[in-house]
Design a protein around this ligand. Sequence first.
Ligand SMILES: [Zn+2]
Length: 258
Amino acid sequence: MIMTWWRNWRRRRILARPFPEEWEALLQRYVWHYPRLTDDERQKLRQLVQVFVNEKYWEGCKGLVVDDEMRVTIAGHACLLTLGFGGLILDDPQTVLIYPEQYVAEGKTHLPGGVVSETLGVRLGEAWQRGPVILSWSSIQRDVAHPHDGHNVVLHEFAHVLDMLNFHVDGTPPLKDSSEYRNWNDVMVAEYHRLIDDTQHGRATLLDDYGATSPAEFFAVATECFFEQALQLQNRHVRLYNLLRDFYRQDTAARMSG
Ligand SMILES: [Zn+2]
């Protein structure tokens, strides 16, 4: 109770400050969707970004000095995911670790209990349940330079964070009711198996074949596609597109064709 009051009080103070002009320029420059949002959506995204930047613990690794360009670019994409939701739901994880380049991780690739890391050895990013999100700045820079190639490590990792909100890393984030779960399961299982089948038969796929690794990776990869290649997704996987449009409460295809 006290914690909630304290957090809300702190957030009100954060939001009472004007949004820095340099941050506005960074969102315009690095978040492809930002200038294409409605005025209300832009206002909401700015507020989400302000809180996100202020509340996370930002740590640079291997000597990287974290600056506003990094913080605002990461926050802009992470908060884009939750733009359609009612409140601030990316309260966890608290720490964002940023490596300058792709990094070689020590230890196991897959640990039980909610660690999702991306490739064996060299990694682009990873997300830990109730722990840090780990990102590489060079990957993010490449992603923002190519906003329609279906790859965005920030969207990918924070999709895992959404997935983890119900403590299961299974490709199903918390949903509203049983009919939503049924619909989610129907569409996701069918689309996941379609990707596995296409990949096994060497057919070209819109969705990155990395999504065939597991249902959790499928959701993260589908999220990247939804925000980067919405028109193609709508064209080739209309049920998946509609499911994600209803979940994220954003019509990214309309935004792209507008
Ligand atoms: Zn992943």
